[in-house]
Design a protein around this ligand. Sequence first.
Ligand SMILES: N[C@@H](CCC(=O)N[C@@H](CS)C(=O)NCC(=O)O)C(=O)O
Length: 228
Amino acid sequence: MAKHFLVSFKTCPWVQRAAIVLREKGVAFELRHIDRDNRPDWFLAISPHKKVPVLSIDNKVSLFESNAIAEYLDETIEPRLHPDDPVQRAINRAWTDFLPTFSEMVTGQAYADDEVAYKDSIAKIPPAFEKLEGALKTQGPFFNGSKYSLVDAAYAPFLQRYFYLDRVKPLGVIEKFPRVKAWADALLKRPSTHSFPEAEFEQLYRLNVKLRKKYLSQFIADQAVAAE
Ligand SMILES: N[C@@H](CCC(=O)N[C@@H](CS)C(=O)NCC(=O)O)C(=O)O
């Protein structure tokens, strides 16, 4: 099989999305972590937007943008995660198109500068979950029912971060959306969601938010930093 490596910042949700798809397909790959503040020249040469993830295949091809990477992997490596039915596939793609907006609505709070901006930001969480509650028409456990899909891989990192942020400063929103809550719980139980041991990863995420020096940083104890 081709040699894959995925260029990463450790806590990047878009990298995690690509890593999930690779794991779901049983592809052996290396996560190559780079320093956000000191991106190496070899990386800048293969990443047009200077962003992670980049998926390198056999040191010949470099793909960027998590959605393009996920779609490429799904077209080339079994098992197919997109539904066979073209209508269902279009619906799934419509929901992965919504992901950047969803991420901003649900995890944008981590970038709020002050309390006013934080309150504005968390007011966007219920409408985001409401849209998904309406989209989750099946009995689950996954977006399309029993079969795991690219929609699941896309949303898992952001739903995971909702829980992390809820533990920094309680939000109590997801409980009001039982289908979203059940979906998120199923995704968090799925081994492919995780690139790191869970407790270690949450700690890394908290450290990241702490060091960002935004409004939420003050609610993360200094021990979170000292522990690193
Ligand atoms: N639309 C991109 C988003 C990727 C992205 O925003 N990556 C962040 C890290 S989580 C990044 O590389 N940021 C660096 C920068 O903006 O300079 C994707 O889906 O791959």
